[in-house]
Design a protein around this ligand. Sequence first.
Ligand code: DGL
Length: 279
Amino acid sequence: MKLGIFDSGLGGLLIAKSIREHMPDIDILYFGDTLHLPYGNRSAEAIYEYSKRAIEFLFAQDCALIITACNTVSASALRRLQQEYLPQSRYADRRVLGVVVPTLETAIDRGYKRLGVIATNYTIETGIYPDELQKIDPEIKIFQKHTPLLVPLIENSGAQWLPSVLEHYLLPMMENRIECLILGCTHFPFLKNDIKKIIGEEVSLISQDDIIPVKLANYLKRHPEIDQQISREAHSEFLVSDVTKSYLDAAEEIYQAKIQIQHAAFDPINNSYYNAKAQ
Ligand code: DGL
């Protein structure tokens, strides 16, 4: 069986790449829902429905464990997927994990007491970061900022405007005397260098491409029943729900390697995806 990695689009390839570097032989299946990207502006119901289809597809493609690399999904649909969908599905023995709690745990383990987080409108509005932090350690302070222009600028070659937009978002955040800044969106690891220039050396960056592989290794160690199901033949497969030339180019730029992207086509009659190449 495989490790599934799910994102609303291609940003999660950064996490896939980082997992591949940490676990060179684990079999990975990546699915990016490019047909419905961006999730960050959708309703909770839409995000849940899109995510459920994606998760079902990844399980049908033989994934034992799925990581939802997307913060918006982790914030909105994950709990419902874990508690409502999974137990009554035919995949009740499989697992879906998110990225928000592992990210907060890392910040806390590193001893930070004043955290900043930037993310999509949706993630910030759900209050997932402060809510989860409250459960783990209510003494720690967290300051949030929604940064809606960043994903469109990254996706539409808007690099020249990024420094000024980042300053606009981050300078007020710095007034809160944060000790670390959490990048709460799949796309933001692209911005590490630009962000570092603004926040300086005093404030640490917590980036999910750095921490999720470590957290995953730890999870697999604690869950040998899942670990033993995942095969290790160094296979990587990449599927997206809509294929365009610009997605193909962007995927290789993000993954920094030649990769073969396949099409997961949508079948409206069965309300599910299928691997178009495998038909
Ligand atoms: N993947 C989303 C996230 O991490 C960002 C892109 C989107 O809005 O779909 O929140």
